[in-house]
Design a protein around this ligand. Structure first.
Ligand SMILES: [Zn+2]
Length: 321
């Protein structure tokens, strides 16, 4: 068994020609551009829209394509797709909090058809703007826990059910821009469970991101309570979504996580033993596509600590299992 899509996800500012050369030479064939997460995600996405238009960026994307590395965007987009400024005109498009008040802090009402249509249209526009040769549009809901809609129509729906409803709306918009578009249901944080009763639309695949894992131990280590929690629903998720196109979004090389998302970056040593065990486990689960955040490993990292472990990572992901 081997991994089909072998990815590496960076922040835009860390894109260089030399990185592309190193990725290509290491068997990495998918480069994800991640504007950044957390509360700043909408603002960072705006910066990335400008980055996308730069001549240097387009040349580097073309160069990556020539080297067999497909560029895609992996981004928390919901507050961009449904701008918070729409709140005054359409408060009912936004989520209701526990007190019964509509609030525009994150996400949306997952039962409001007009809001879902609006999100579809905006997803189409974003896909046309951030066009790359990839048909993967990893357009995710907001990067936040516990901010689901509690309106009378959404109240009984779990975070996973609300996330899939919104992801389906995004997928409809994407497919009108690119009939081959695929987009991920992000099984992550409080949406790390089966969205019972809501079917994924065509092109929606399982995107499994075990952010709460213990990175010092293999993901299937039964002695790690964190990893047991992260994998408890995994078999059910794969069965629900089908393994086709299912992707692992890991943290093996995520130096932003190890640095608590604050630069300057800390030193990062790749845990090859854990990563190898994880890759084998995920292949056995049925995943063919795997990537990892690899943020905070750019030129500032190299100036402090020397080259990031791209080759070591690529060798593990490109191996036969
Ligand atoms: Zn609602």
């Amino acid at each position: 068994m081997h991994v089909r899509s072998r990815g590496w996800i960076i922040n835009p500012e860390d894109l260089t020609r030399r990185l592309i050369d190193r990725l290509a030479a290491s068997g990495i064939n998918e480069l994800g551009i991640h504007p950044g997460g957390g509360k700043a995600a909408p603002e960072l996405l705006l910066k990335t829209l400008a980055f996308h238009e730069e001549k240097r960026t387009r040349e580097l994307y073309d160069y990556a394509g020539e080297r067999g590395v497909t560029v895609e965007y992996d981004a928390h987009v919901l507050s961009y797709l449904l701008p918070r400024s729409e709140f005054s005109a359409h408060p009912e498009w936004f989520r209701m909090d526990e007190s019964g008040a509509r609030v525009n802090d994150a996400n949306m009402c997952a039962s409001n058809e007009d809001a879902l249509d609006y999100v579809s249209k905006r997803a189409r526009e974003l896909a046309l703007t951030l066009k790359t040769p990839s048909h993967r549009y990893a357009y995710w809901t907001d990067d936040i826990v516990g901010k689901t809609c509690r309106c009378p129509r959404c109240r009984e729906k779990t975070a996973a059910q609300q996330t899939l409803t919104i992801t389906n709306a995004i997928a409809r918009g994407l497919k009108s821009a690119d009939p081959q578009a695929i987009t991920g249901f992000l099984a992550y944080l409080d949406a790390l469970e089966v969205p019972e009763g809501i079917r994924p639309e065509k092109g929606v695949y399982l995107e499994y991101a075990p952010i709460g894992r213990d990175s010092a131990r293999a993901i299937n280590d039964a002695q790690s309570p964190e990893n047991v929690h992260q994998t408890a629903k995994l078999a059910a998720l794969i069965a629900y979504f089908d393994a086709k196109n299912a992707r692992v979004v890991e943290y093996w090389a995520d130096n932003s996580r190890f640095s608590n998302w604050t630069r300057p970056p800390k030193y990062m040593s790749l845990n090859a033993q854990v990563m190898r065990a994880d890759v084998k486990y995920y292949l056995e689960c049925g995943f063919e596509d795997m990537t990892s955040f690899a943020c905070f490993l750019g030129e500032d990292y190299e100036a402090l600590y020397g080259p990031a472990p791209v080759e070591e990572y690529g060798e593990i992901l490109s191996g036969e299992y």
